[in-house]
Design a binder for this molecule. Sequence first.
Ligand code: AN7
Length: 370
Amino acid sequence: MPLIQTLRQLGLGGARATMQDWPGLIEAYRRWLPVSQSTPVISLREGATPLIPAPVISERIGKGVRVYLKYDGLNPTGSFKDRGMTMAISKAKEAGSEAVICASTGNTSAAAAAYARRGGMRAFVLIPDGYVAQGKLAQALLYGAEVIAIKGNFDRALAIVRDVADRYPITLVNSVNPYRLQGQKTAAFEVVDALSDAPDWLCIPVGNAGNITAYWMGFNEYRQAGHCRKLPRMMGFQAAGSAPLVLGHTVEQPDTIATAIRIGNPVNRDNALKVERESNGGFMAVTDAEIIDAYKLLGSQEGVFCEPASAASVAGLLKRRDEVPAGATVVCVLTGNGLKDPATAIEHNDSKFHTGLEADTDAVAAVMGF
Ligand code: AN7
């Protein structure tokens, strides 16, 4: 069922509802979320992101498999983090908090900054110095966060913000905050609302494993309520240099071009293993080269620009293509927008870029091959 019908069923905007009436995910899915009439809803109208068919990738898998991309890069700050942050910040505001803090590889900091500032709170973000994509840093600064770059990786930053939140009056908004996952589970609702059932496979990049945990929660809640008949196999993909869930142990020095998932000690490790078991799913590592191939394929063949970490879902699907059942429906989650990380796009593409040409028609026509 298209999202627009979901909107109408919710009684939002009346029978002539358009997507302009989308109220944000807390209002849309209020009955599924731990909010009350007294919760101050801090929203940028996040959610309702498109589920885009991927004909070229479907063709590569073959066997009549239909692949869709859940493009969460179209959220207000450009990543799925907005789903969790509208919840976490609304609940922090409800509790009377005046400041929030998080550690981040970039996207959480952008979302925390935007929502906290909109809610009239201070936002402190700890980031690994030199390992956050430029767009994300620009966002945190522009939205008005107080940015603290440390000489250490994400895992160290997280340990520090947990300490700070234990000792001082400030709300932690990393995915140890349970409201984050509550908000993020709405992505699974949207996928089911769009397909009228759950997919057979859900392919998703995994860092701290909050999102895979949240999706699984969402699919299960929807199934219990009779909104879907099946549950997907949850296929999680990590970058080979930062793959603690594949290796079965913490990675001390995580390394990957996909800085968003450069995480060696996932917060939601136990949840992730539970999801793998319960869904008959699996974790697998994809190399940086495989990530970049999928990233370029998505951009140049499907017209969808995601960030490198997000492309891990498609890289993983292509790697496991032989295991996909004939006729299956597969959803790959594209967690973040490609514009977050322009430097990687400029460095890694197969396009022709003619520079320094004379401003002259014949010169232009010549490089065009005429
Ligand atoms: C684009 O922003 O951890 O497995 O600090 O930005 O739920 O951690 C980002 C994670 C996937 C992994 N894709 O999700 C942060 C941060 C993108 C991301 C993930 C992240 P989880």
